[in-house]
Design a binder for this molecule. Structure first.
Ligand code: ADP
Ligand code: MG
Length: 293
């Protein structure tokens, strides 16, 4: 080892091995009540789906029972969890529009025996229109999920709801069903502009439909420490949301973006990659700090 050159890559590998060792040492205590966390930001491409599946996989590996509800017609979360979502699969559309019990549509993810997924098919694209005539249409997901949690034979400690990039009825259902919202913010220009609007909408949901909802976390994504822009955006977000912003920051990482094409999360595809480690650290932080008020 002594003769090896001290290259940046080698330093990163050593550092990542050390981080992996620390992550592996952590034992998590399950929350007393299931934590239902909606990942929301009406901007597309900020890392909602990547965060949902990797946080979920990280917690499942730590022994937590985890359900991911895919509410995006693109079905990217289902893909990353290796769960089929062609249009004849019974998934979130059938649960929301046809009243199919969630327990009949939830599948185990091949990623981990503790990890389950309610898949989304392209049918979901029509759900906002098809739900117009459904009674109590903002609460369909909430009621279905509560029934599922009561009936399911395995304990579920965390539910992550991956929402589409809009503020329509699917997102409203996701925010009504949740106890917490986790907002991924991409460290890019205009990162905060959409967030102001999102916070206003969360306040509206709190006032009218779900008074207990809290902004349980803000996660900085696609951070590039070589650019001043990333550093500035991160500092700005921490200034506005000092309590909510997680210490763990997700770096830009090719591994995170290529894992879904193998039907895997980055956590199983390459667990010692800096992106996977960051998601594991964020998951531990989220679990250890509990629900923030
Ligand atoms: P959203 O669900 O908000 O639309 P995604 O999670 O799908 O966002 O991410 C958008 C794109 O960026 C995807 O192709 C994803 O693989 C990629 N991506 C997400 N997070 C990272 C990251 N930290 N580093 C590199 N690529 C990322
Ligand atoms: Mg998405």
């Amino acid at each position: 080892m002594e003769n090896l050159p001290n290259t940046p890559l080698l330093r990163e590998m050593t550092l990542n091995n050390e981080r992996a060792r620390r992550v592996a040492e952590v034992t998590l205590t399950p929350p007393t009540k299931t934590r239902i966390i909606t990942i929301s930001n009406q901007k597309g491409g900020v890392g909602k789906t990547t965060s949902a599946v990797n946080l979920a996989a990280a917690l499942a590996r730590k022994g937590m029972g985890v359900l991911v509800i895919d509410l995006d017609p693109q079905g990217n979360a289902s893909t990353a969890l290796g769960v089929e979502h062609h249009n004849s699969v019974v998934g979130s559309y059938e649960v929301l529009v046809q009243g199919v019990p969630m327990i009949d549509a939830v599948k185990q993810s091949p990623e981990h025996h503790n990890l389950y997924c309610l898949p989304a098919t392209i049918n979901l694209a029509g759900a906002e229109i098809d739900m117009v005539s459904v009674t109590n249409r903002e609460r369909v997901l909430l009621e279905s999920l509560n029934q599922f949690l009561a009936d399911f034979e395995h304990p579920i400690h965390f539910v992550f709801i991956d929402s589409p990039p809009s503020l329509g009825l699917l997102t409203v259902n996701a925010l009504v069903a949740a106890g917490e919202v986790l907002v991924p913010i991409q460290c890019e220009y205009y990162a905060l502009e959409g967030v102001t609007q999102l916070m206003a909408n969360i306040e509206r949901i709190k006032a009218n439909l779900n008074p207990d909802l809290v902004v349980g976390g803000i996660l900085l994504t696609m951070f590039d420490n070589r650019t001043n822009l990333s550093t500035d955006v991160a500092a700005e977000v921490r200034k506005y949301f000092p309590k909510q912003t997680l210490n763990a920051t997700i770096p830009r990482s090719v591994r995170l973006s290529e894992a879904p094409s193998f039907g895997q999360t980055a956590i199983s595809y390459d667990p010692k990659n800096s992106g996977s480690l960051a998601y594991q650290e964020a998951a531990i932080e989220l679990a250890q700090r509990g629900v923030i008020k």
